[in-house]
Design a protein around this ligand. Structure first.
Ligand code: TXA
Ligand code: MG
Length: 341
């Protein structure tokens, strides 16, 4: 099978992809966060196909994507009172909510957990596909497990060409990193994965009621035995060459990297520290966390293209969306972190 990239702006292409899903197949879809690999969320055989294509560990559950708040109700057995206000404020958008699952959701979607992750994407291509298909679509990021998530249709093609019939191309992903995962199935809401709905946004939203931060959302989740969000325990987002994450003030991290670089290393630098060199890649201004998020995964792929024994990356300050960018870089480094304070 040759994988074909289809323009998501053409309604007939949405119909072609919906037909694949109705037949139990899988297609890649643009969302505002990253490209997803979608299949019928209520068809356990179609879900097995997703795990096989990605080479994904069976204990790592998938996110179910819907086109309206009403579509969520049949998937959940117990809707918490927090659900409605959160949905009103943040849906559609880059927020995934974890709630108790209903029997309608197959066990392989949730990797045997009694909770289900749901999200309503904002990207018109994703919404159009869910509507044309007429049901919920389970979709992990469309990369082979462990690799950087795809933020362009061509990333998906490079990663899984031949394994799916179509990629629904909705352009470059605006956000560029995966959704915030928030568990509201317990007493205290808990952030399991940071994203573009930031910890600050959530603290402001919950105010006195509070919101917890799972240690598991940190970069050192690998050492936890029973992670809250199973996916966070794996080494992730990783380029082929080993990555060294360098955290601290941008002036210091830039100095460290330029002092340690040689001909066999690649450096991911903020735009304001970029210097023209074949092995230096820029990924957004040091204070522009949105630009960094949008560029990061493409920059990691570019770094791989150069081929080197080590990739150094400047880690942004951990405020706002910088926290999620820093989380992805540290995870990609698999704990290989230099802290300059
Ligand atoms: O932005 C996104 O969320 C993208 C796009 C395609 O929507 N999807 C995505 O899916 O990032 P994936 O499979 O790469 O990451 C899903 C994360 C994993 O860390 C997984 O462990 C966690 O969500 N997750 C899913 N269901 C869960 C559950 N019931 N309890 C705890 N964590 C869950
Ligand atoms: Mg993923």
């Amino acid at each position: 099978m040759e994988t074909v990239i289809l323009d998501a702006n053409k309604p007939e292409n949405i119909e072609l992809c919906a037909a694949v899903l109705k037949n139990g197949g899988a297609v890649a879809i643009a969302t505002e966060t990253v490209y997803g690999l979608g299949a019928d969320a209520l068809d356990k055989d179609a879900i097995d196909g997703i795990f096989a294509i990605k080479g994904r560990q069976r204990d790592n559950p998938l996110i179910v994507h819907v086109a309206s708040v009403d579509d969520i109700k049949p998937l959940v057995s117990d809707i918490p009172s927090l659900f409605e206000p959160l949905a009103n404020r943040f849906f559609p958008g880059p927020l995934t909510l974890i709630m108790k699952k209903s029997d309608a959701v197959p066990h392989n979607v949730t990797a045997g957990l009694d909770t289900v992750a749901v999200r309503m994407p904002e990207h018109p291509a994703a919404l159009a596909l869910i509507k044309a298909f007429g049901g919920p679509i389970a979709a992990p990021s469309a990369n082979p497990s462990g690799r950087p998530s795809p933020t362009k249709a061509v990333h998906v093609l490079n990663d899984i060409n031949g394994k799916i019939p179509y990629i629904l191309d909705g352009g470059d992903c605006k956000v560029g990193i995966e959704s915030t995962v928030l568990d509201i199935s317990g007493n205290l809401p808990k952030v399991l994965r940071p994203g573009a709905v930031t910890y600050d946004n959530l603290r402001e939203f919950f105010s006195d009621a509070g919101v917890a931060w799972s240690d598991d959302a940190g970069y050192d989740a690998d050492i936890q035995e029973t992670p809250m969000s199973p996916g966070m325990k794996y080494r992730h987002y990783s380029p082929k060459s080993p990555l060294t994450a360098v955290a601290g003030l941008p002036d210091d991290t830039a100095k460290y990297i330029t002092a340690h670089m040689d001909n066999d290393s690649v450096a991911l630098m903020f735009d304001d520290y970029y210097f023209s060199h074949p092995n230096v890649i820029s990924f957004g201004h040091s204070r522009d966390f949105s630009a960094q998020a949008a560029r990061l995964f493409d920059a990691l792929r570019e770094a791989d293209g150069i081929g080197s024994s080590v990739i150094y990356a400047q880690v942004p300050q951990e405020d706002g969306l910088g926290l999620a960018v820093a989380n992805r870089i540290k995870k990609a480094a698999g704990g290989n972190l230099v802290m300059l304070s």
